[in-house]
Ligand binder design. Structure first.
Ligand code: ADP
Length: 538
């Protein structure tokens, strides 16, 4: 029997129309060196129509890739809507990739147009002669450098067109956006989101069991729009009526504290590294005022317990941990303590990676593929499936990443009977000592609880007797001191005795990936090349 429901396609144009019609006066704030610029959702919607008309005149057709090489700002939002809604494919380029990787992904995606912020022109110019598919470059902001040869000025381009471009009725399963993984191993791989997957992911992000963005929120979007669509928040904002604050290049603790004080966001999204920096600045800055925040969303890497405690105890702010990956759009699990959880155990939930979001399914599997119990103890690899989880990579065969229709995440951990996921490691970071696993994530979390430790990253190094052992790379707080002995002693009450590391390196800072996560690959290479001095305790 057929249902009697209408069959409306789930399109991104539906998201922008909703934002324009229902939340027309809501605003997007862009922080610039000269001050804060504002635009309403209505204005952004109209400018997106102008951009789509201009791109059409330029020759952009359905399915063509239009890339952005931009900070988080208003013009980037305009491209976010114009490109997919007109039927082309938005490719958000990571501005921090190495030039070879950047050229690789532009060529792999066969981008035909790039919209670039003027401050990023020099970075793009480095590879201009290596990207033959790119026919036009549109520069947002003043640029008379001439570094890119002939370019189009964004404002002139828009102002030649009037609003009123009619968004076409597209197949909801057609490509809307593409994003490459940051390529921690090998070349980056492309993930292509559809209109439908983006629509469903945006809807899920408005639910209060997820990050619950709503009309009552103003969101400071620190996570870059090239890092999995700013975790989807740019689209969710127009669905939910959530105002956005776009920090552009001002991503350090000081300017973020100032933005929070002056623009009063209720929620903010970023990786733990950023939150650690915000905390460091806020703790020493009497004028810091974080009182507008109902919560901060931290994800992309494990969030240390000490950070969650510090935000709660010193600023009364809840840290909401999220888990996901480029392949999962990304939001797949969000850690909110179950109702009625006594206050003393709430934090035990917040340190978990997250609780599975409605709409996706997660399971834990053993090496041989069997499904393991959800008992909160048994450890295996997480596998995931659902309508906003990728089923393949763009233009590459990677059968080893899929298993019976599930995506293999490469994340190792356990899941409890209430759907909370605990991640102990990425498979490439696990430490296998004497046949047993030591969790680098747990060691790092325990170390960062020491008052003298600012950051800690733990890698596996070869060991004659145990096969592998942990090497702790520690960054001390400015002015603080702690010896390897003292830190080991500190760990001894917090982790199993056989985990206690012998090898200790004190470093200036932990190297970071292009999206601000600990880059253990660089630490491992440093160790392999004897460039990471360390001491060994008895
Ligand atoms: P990359 O793979 O280049 O780091 P992604 O941003 O797609 O790019 O990273 C996804 C990975 O980040 C996940 O597979 C997981 O290992 C890690 N991750 C994301 N969120 C969390 C979290 N809350 N806790 C621990 N690890 C996380």
């Amino acid at each position: 029997m057929q249902s009697t429901m209408q069959d409306a396609p789930l399109l991104i144009s539906g998201i922008i129309r909703h934002g324009e019609y229902v939340y027309s006066e809501k605003k997007v704030f862009t922080v610039t060196p000269e001050g804060v610029e504002e635009a309403t959702f209505f204005q952004i919607s109209k400018r997106a129509e102008q951009l789509a008309a201009a791109l059409t005149k330029l020759g952009v057709q359905r399915g063509d890739r239009v890339a952005t090489f931009m900070w988080n700002n208003q013009a980037h939002m305009e491209a976010y809507f114009a490109v997919p809604c007109m039927g082309a494919v938005l490719h958000t380029l990571n501005i921090r990739l190495f030039p070879e990787q950047l050229a690789f992904i532009i060529n792999h995606a066969e981008d035909s147009v790039i919209i670039v912020d003027s401050s990023l022109v020099p970075a793009l110019a480095k590879i201009r002669d290596q990207i033959p598919t790119v026919k036009h470059i549109i520069v947002h902001g003043p640029d008379d450098s001439g570094l890119l040869g002939a370019t189009i000025d964004y404002e002139t381009f828009l102002s030649a067109e009037s609003a009123g471009f009619e968004w076409p009725e597209l197949d909801e399963r057609s490509a809307a956006i593409m994003c490459y993984t940051s390529g921690t191993t090998g070349n980056p791989k492309g993930v292509v989101y559809s209109h439908r997957s983006t629509w469903l992911h945006s809807m899920a992000s408005t639910t209060s069991n997820s990050i619950g963005l709503s009309e009552r929120d103003r969101c400071l979007l620190i996570v870059p729009m090239f890092h999995v669509n700013a975790w989807g928040a740019a689209y969710t904002a127009f669905f939910a009526g959530t105002e956005l604050i776009m920090p552009q290049m001002f991503l350090q603790g000081e300017p973020i504290i100032k933005m929070i004080r002056e623009l009063r966001p209720t929620v903010s999204l970023g990786v733990p590294t950023i939150w650690n920096d915000v905390l460091r600045v806020a703790e020493n800055n009497p004028s810091a005022d974080l009182s507008s925040l109902r919560g901060i969303v931290a994800g992309g890497a494990a969030v240390p317990r000490v950070m969650i405690e510090a935000f709660r105890d010193r600023f009364g702010i809840d840290v909401i941990q999220g888990w996901g990956m480029t392949e999962t759009s990304p939001l797949a699990a969000v850690s909110i303590p179950p109702s009625g959880a006594p206050s003393d155990v709430q934090i035990d939930y917040r340190v978990k990676a997250g609780r599975v979001v409605a709409g996706v399914e997660v399971r834990v599997t053993a090496d041989d593929g069997t499904v393991l119990p959800r008992d909160g103890k048994t450890v295996g690899e997480f596998e995931i499936r659902g309508p906003w989880i990728t089923g393949s990579y763009f233009g590459v065969d990677a059968p080893e990443r899929f298993h019976d229709g599930w995506l293999r995440t490469g994340d190792i951990g356990s899941m409890d009977g209430e759907g909370f996921m605990t991640i102990s490691d990425r498979s490439k970071d696990v430490i296998k000592s004497g046949g047993e696993w030591i969790s680098s994530v747990d060691l790092e979390g325990a170390l960062m609880a020491h008052p003298a430790v600012f950051e800690a990253a733990v890698i596996a190094v070869p060991d004659d007797r145990w096969q592998e052992r942990p090497l702790c790379c520690v960054v001390l707080r400015p002015g603080a001191s702690a010896s390897a002995d003292e830190l080991r002693e500190f760990l001894s009450t917090r982790v199993a005795k056989w985990w206690l590391p012998e090898r200790w390196a004190f470093i200036e800072s932990v190297p970071k990936t292009s999206v601000g996560k600990f880059d253990k690959k660089v630490l491992r290479a440093g160790y392999a090349e004897d460039e990471l001095p360390y001491e060994t305790l008895a």
